[in-house]
Design a protein around this ligand. Structure first.
Ligand SMILES: Cc1ncc(COP(=O)(O)O)c(C=O)c1O
Length: 383
């Protein structure tokens, strides 16, 4: 489906779909204009509503996630914020995980409360914490597994079942896992979203977001997109489709690389802890093994010698770039304690699980031997 899933939406005979850059399309009659203007996600009316390049890339993503429909947005945060604004109203209560992408934490704790929405954070490793947090007015539960930066695992099926019984919708960020490794909708989650900037695009050359799920809910979110306006440019949708063609090949290599690195680092005397859901030592391993078919390309580890050692280690790496983001063909590495020091106090960092020596390593698709040799060399100061 990565290669052929968009064929019904391709112009006849196009092996690779063209970029449709024009803003709008003409109607043959007043009736046709009205039909074009009112059909959700119409691909040939006006680019804020939809576009052929959106239709092609979203068709592939919907099939990958097992969703009826998918909607593309300008960035991952564009998808999350637009979905939340579409799905909740003043007086509602929203639950989010204590460990989530920082932008979503800000949506939960800063933005939604300004519109009269009550919000609660819970420890996502404890299904009972979600149950205890549910209130009669809970309308939405925000999930992310594995989560940033310590790869904590949420039991998606158990939380989805709880929320469903309670009448609340679940919206899961599947960016770290990708639909190659994990399909939340099959586990009972209502809606899935991605920073398609990451693995789906795959080459650190576009920003995009996507939300996928039942047609009726995706169309509600599309309605809000028409007000929020965080829509994807046609060229970025085209690049996204090009990235998607190789998603499965790349994710296989990312999975292999992160497994090889986490195994090489576990037990190394300079490393006190490795966080990777594929390791049997990871507290979420059993749940991850149940809900994932591969464990993803990101791992984190703690250097025993702390802050300066982590900084010096990153400086010694030959291949991985010290850069935000993940899911790129080349490895990317961050030192969360340094990256977030401007925004969080030491106490907040500690409660988010960010120790001074924590390193987050987002593997690329380099050869696993090269990556292991580089990382172990940099650790031992011989790289
Ligand atoms: C897990 C996760 N979700 C969402 C986002 C936000 O996506 P974007 O940067 O495309 O807005 C990010 C970005 O780093 C992320 O890592």
């Amino acid at each position: 489906m990565l290669i052929h899933g968009d064929e019904a939406a391709r112009p006849d005979g196009a092996v690779t779909p063209p970029i449709t850059q024009g803003t709008n399309w003409a109607a043959a009659s007043g009736e046709e204009f009205l039909a074009m203007a009112t059909e959700p996600l119409h691909p040939d009316f006006y680019n804020r509503a939809g576009n052929p390049n959106h239709e092609q890339a979203s068709a592939v993503i919907a099939q990958l996630e097992g969703a009826e429909r998918a909607l593309l947005t300008a960035t991952g945060m564009g998808a999350a914020t637009t979905a939340a604004l579409a799905l909740v109203r003043a007086g509602d209560h929203v639950i989010g995980q204590r460990s989530m992408y920082a932008g979503v934490t800000s949506l939960l704790l800063n933005l939604l409360p300004r519109f009269g929405v009550e919000c609660t954070e819970v420890d996502q490793t404890d299904v009972g914490a979600f149950e205890a947090a549910l209130r009669p007015n809970t309308s939405l539960v925000l999930l992310e597994s594995p989560s940033n930066p310590r790869l904590e695992v949420t039991d998606l099926a158990a939380v989805a079942e709880l929320a469903r019984r309670h009448g609340a919708l679940t919206l899961a960020d599947n960016t770290f896992a990708t639909p190659i490794n994990q399909r939340p909708l099959e586990l009972g989650v209502d809606l899935v979203w991605h920073s398609a900037t990451k693995y789906m695009g795959g080459h650190a050359d576009l920003m995009a977001g996507v939300v996928a799920g039942p047609t009726e809910i995706v169309e509600r979110i599309w309605n809000t997109t028409q007000v929020v306006g965080a829509v994807l440019a046609p060229f970025n949708a085209w690049l996204l489709l090009r990235g998607l063609r190789t998603l499965s090949l790349r994710v296989d290599r990312h999975n292999k690389n992160a497994t090889a690195l986490s195994e090489a680092l576990e037990g190394h005397p300079a490393v006190s802890r490795v966080y990777y859901p594929g390791l049997a030592s990871h507290p979420g391993h059993a749940v991850a093994a149940r809900q994932m078919s591969g464990f993803g390309g990101v791992l984190a580890f703690e250097l025993e010698a702390g802050h300066e050692a982590a900084d010096a280690f990153i400086s010694r790496l030959r291949y991985a770039k010290r850069a935000a983001s993940l899911g790129n063909v080349g490895s990317l590495v961050v030192h969360p304690a340094a990256m977030w020091a401007h925004a969080m106090t030491p106490a907040q960092l500690e409660s988010a699980g960010v120790s001074p020596g924590l390193v987050r390593f987002a593997t690329g698709i380099e050869h696993p031997n090269d990556l292991v040799e580089d990382v172990i060399g940099a650790l031992e100061g011989t790289g």
